[in-house]
Design a protein around this ligand. Structure first.
Ligand SMILES: Nc1nc2c(ncn2[C@@H]2O[C@H](COP(=O)(O)OP(=O)(O)OP(=O)(O)O)[C@@H](O)[C@H]2O)c(=O)[nH]1
Ligand SMILES: [Mg+2]
Length: 455
């Protein structure tokens, strides 16, 4: 990525609309020019001062506090000017316009953070955590984003990278001294270190999965035959009568989505039409939409009426459904509803595929079901130490772990230093993608463009 150092960027850093204060932020390497033109005089770095913000014809556009940060002691590592005026879209737009007249360019989404990353002020995981903090949907998500933003996640990654580097030096040295290679590589310390790295990576993966869950939550689709009680379960989870429930089979047609936060985890609950053969055009369309939701869900709850099943297992209840169920979908859980009409006990059914007995009517067994879904998605009961993370981090961590494991196996089986060295190199590269030491322009573009403007 080539950073045009002459470009000065400008954006409104506060939310759009009316507010007590509105901040316009400039970053670049020629900020003094803007200070002199807009404020009419020089100002001291890091000292708040009250000013008129002056337009091109000398008109006062607004009044407020000006703050100047000199390079490299700023968020972006460049010179920054913050104009803290009044929060209104017209007044702020006029200020932006004034900056543009003076040569600034309106910033792209995430461009301030991108510059901070390119100037080494933040690593990539820390920059992503800034965005995650702003977008956090729960206290837990905000806490873990703060942890990542302050570098907890990156530190753990860097520690593993350092251990990998140490061991690579050792292994690569052995390649250069072939007579001693075997002796080097059979040193039990190498194996122990690799095992230790595997354990640490496993631990970081667990924490990262928890972080991903807090950030992205889960999409849960309620699917099954008509009248199984899908809509009743949705209502039970949401805590209000959102979906129409009737004793008539085929009540639900449209896809109904409801967002709730449970234990800090955002859940997107999706109720769908009961699956059956039908001649009704409306119902057919509902069923087509139900399948479309099943295909992209994180979890599918396959709901059945417990009074109608004798051998409850996902593939015996309705083999056709099981056959059509897309393998790509993360998880399928059988839910036996209406257990109040049977002698089944609420909670997990032992000796089966994941199967849960619930009664939507009496709200029994529901918590056990939700806990199961959370555990499956990586929820840590003691999530206090977890940091925010994204799907791409978990993939990179898993790839690093598989390279370390493969390196360890090479060591045990072939004792070939070169193969071990290659695996360890790849493991280190995967981890470097997380912090951004190795990244493609494409990935950076993708990450920063999802940030909001002014960040
Ligand atoms: N006894 C009992 N009845 C239930 C329970 N859950 C749902 N029902 C009843 O079962 C019937 C169907 O419930 P719905 O929630 O509409 O079922 P559905 O799966 O959404 O049905 P469709 O929308 O037609 O596909 C209603 O009469 C509910 O009152 C339960 O836990 N116990
Ligand atoms: Mg329904």
């Amino acid at each position: 990525m080539v950073l045009n150092s002459l470009d000065t960027i400008v954006a409104i850093a506060t939310p759009a609309g009316v507010g007590g204060i509105g901040v316009v932020r400039l970053s670049g390497n020629d900020i003094k020019k803007f200070i002199l033109s807009i404020l009419g005089e020089e100002i001291q770095p890091r000292m708040a001062s009250y000013h008129k913000f002056i337009g091109s014809d000398g008109e006062c556009l607004d009044t407020g506090i000006a703050l100047y940060f000199s390079a490299p002691n700023s968020f972006t590592g460049e010179e920054i000017l913050e104009l803290q005026g009044h929060g209104g879209s017209v007044v702020q737009d006029r200020l932006i316009q004034r900056c543009v007249e003076l040569g600034a360019r309106v910033a792209r989404p995430g461009e301030f953070s991108e510059r901070a990353f390119l100037n080494g002020k933040l690593d990539l995981a820390e920059a992503e955590a800034v965005a995650d903090l702003v977008e956090a949907g729960s206290v837990q998500a905000a806490r873990s984003a703060v942890r990542s933003m302050c570098g907890d996640f990156s530190r753990e990654i860097k520690n593993v990278v350092n251990s990998l580097k140490d061991i690579r030096v050792f292994v690569e040295a052995s390649i250069d001294f072939p007579e001693e290679e075997i002796e080097f590589l059979t040193d039990p310390k190498i194996l122990q270190t690799l095992e230790n790295i595997e354990n640490r990576l496993g631990d970081i993966i667990n924490k990262a999965r928890h972080g991903v869950l807090l950030r992205d939550g889960l999409t849960i689709v309620l699917a099954g035959r008509p009248n199984a009680g899908k809509s009743s379960i949705l209502n039970c989870l949401v805590g209000s009568e959102e979906a129409i429930v009737t004793a008539e089979a085929g009540t639900t047609r449209d896809v109904l989505r409801k967002a709730v936060v449970v234990n800090g985890i955002p859940l997107q609950l999706i109720d769908t039409a009961g699956l059956r053969e039908t001649t009704s055009i409306v119902e057919k369309e509902g069923i087509r939409r139900a399948w479309a939701e099943i295909e992209v869900a994180d979890c599918v709850l396959y709901v059945v009426d417990a009074t109608e099943v004798s051998n409850p297992s996902v593939n015996t209840v309705w083999p056709d459904f099981y056959r059509k169920f897309p393998e790509s979908t993360a998880s399928l859980t059988l839910v036996l509803n209406k257990i109040d009409l049977t002698d089944l006990a609420p909670g997990e059914m032992i000796n089966n595929d994941p199967a849960f007995c619930v009664s939507a009517k009496y709200r029994t067994g529901i918590n056990a079901l939700i806990n199961h879904l959370f555990q499956q998605a990586g929820f840590l009961d003691r999530g206090q130490g977890a940091f925010s993370a994204r799907g791409r981090h978990v993939s990179a961590l898993k790839s690093a772990l598989s390279h370390v494991t493969s390196g360890k196996q090479q060591l045990i089986q072939s004792g070939s230093g070169e193969l071990v060295a290659e695996d360890l190199r790849q493991a280190q590269n995967s981890l470097s993608e997380i912090t951004g030491n190795i990244t493609s322009d494409e990935l950076l573009g993708e990450i920063f463009s999802s940030f909001c403007i002014g960040k």
